[in-house]
Design a binder for this molecule. Sequence first.
Ligand SMILES: Cc1cc2nc3c(=O)[nH]c(=O)nc-3n(C[C@H](O)[C@H](O)[C@H](O)COP(=O)(O)OP(=O)(O)OC[C@H]3O[C@@H](n4cnc5c(N)ncnc54)[C@H](O)[C@@H]3O)c2cc1C
Length: 315
Amino acid sequence: MTILAVAEHRRGELRDVSLELVTAGRELADAADAELHVAVVSGDVERYAESLDREGVDAIHTVAAGEEFNHDVYVQAVAQLVGELDPTYLLMPNTVDGLDYAPAVANRLDLPLVTDVIGLELDGGLTATREMYGSKVETTIEVEPPVAVTVRPAEWPAAEGVGDAEIQAFDADVDDSLVRSTVTGFEEAAAGDVDISEAEFIVSIGRGIEEEDNLPLIEALCEATGATMASSRPIVDNGWLPKSRQVGQSGKVVTPQVYLAIGISGAVQHVAGMKGADTIIAVNTDPNAPIFDLADYGVVGDLFDVVPALTDAFE
Ligand SMILES: Cc1cc2nc3c(=O)[nH]c(=O)nc-3n(C[C@H](O)[C@H](O)[C@H](O)COP(=O)(O)OP(=O)(O)OC[C@H]3O[C@@H](n4cnc5c(N)ncnc54)[C@H](O)[C@@H]3O)c2cc1C
C-alpha cells in the first residue's frame, strides 16, 4: 500500500505545510503498514528533494515542470503520477494552491475528496476530522479508500530528521496545449509589508487596544523585541492595520515560535489562525478570556501597564 503526499513550494522555498504533510502521511503509513511517497512538481526539483528527505519518507518523486505553480500543469502531472503509483491515500495541502488543483485531480481520477482535514485515523476505512460553523463543531467523515484529502496547514508538526528516501524522476507527459495560463511575475501585496505567516515571533493586538492612537505602544514593543505585528480581525475591520496582518479563519494561519496575544479574547475564528504556534502568551484583563485556555503563559493585567513594562525590559 502506498500513501502519496504532494509537496508545495513558492518562490524557491519549500512551504512548511510540505513537511507537515510528511508527518501526517507517515502516521497513516505506520497505521496501515504502508510506504510513504512524496512528490514535488517544479522546475528545479533537486533543491526540494533534499529538504523533503525526512525520516520516514520511502520515496520522493520529482516531476520536472515549470517552477511556478500552474493549475493545468499540476492537474496533469499529479493525476499521471497517481495513475502510476495508485496510492491508497493522496494527501495535498489545504492552501490556495492545493485547493486550486486538488478538486480537479480528484475529479479527473474519480476519487472522493475530503478538504480542510485536521485529523486522520485509520479504522478499516479512513476517518477524517474537519471543523464546521467557524470551528464551533467538529465532524468526522468516514470514507472508503482510495481517497484524496487536503490537509489544513499547522495541524501536524513538521517532519524532522534526515531520511534515506529513494529519489525517482517521474516523466510527466504534460500537454502544453492544455496549459491555459502562465505566471508572468509576482507583485508584493503591499509595499514594505511582511508575510506574517513566515514570522518567528509575533506580537498580535486585539480590540483591547481601544483606539488607533494607542498602536504606537505595540509598535514600540515590536521594535524592542524584533517581533512582527499582527492582529485580530476588528483591528483590520477598523482600518488600523492592513488585511495582510490579520490572523485567523478569514485571515492568515501563522506558526511562529512565539505568539504574544495582547487584548485578544481568543474567539474560535482567531484561534484557528494561531493555535499552531509553539508558545502562546496572552495578556488580558479578563481572567476568564478563552485565550487563557490555550496560552502556555498568561498575564491577567492591563495592557497599558504590561506592554510599556515589557518594552522597557527588552530595551
Ligand atoms: C465568519 C467569521 C470569520 C472571522 N474571522 C476572524 C479572523 O480571521 N480573525 C479574527 O481575529 N477574528 C475573526 N472573526 C471575529 C471573531 O469572532 C472575534 O469577533 C474577534 O476575533 C474578536 O477580536 P478580539 O479578540 O480582538 O476582540 P474581543 O473579543 O472584543 O476581545 C478583546 C479582549 O481584550 C481584552 N481587553 C480589553 N481591554 C484590555 C486591556 N486594557 N488590557 C488587556 N486586555 C484587555 C478583553 O478582556 C477581551 O478579552 C471572524 C468572525 C466570523 C463570524
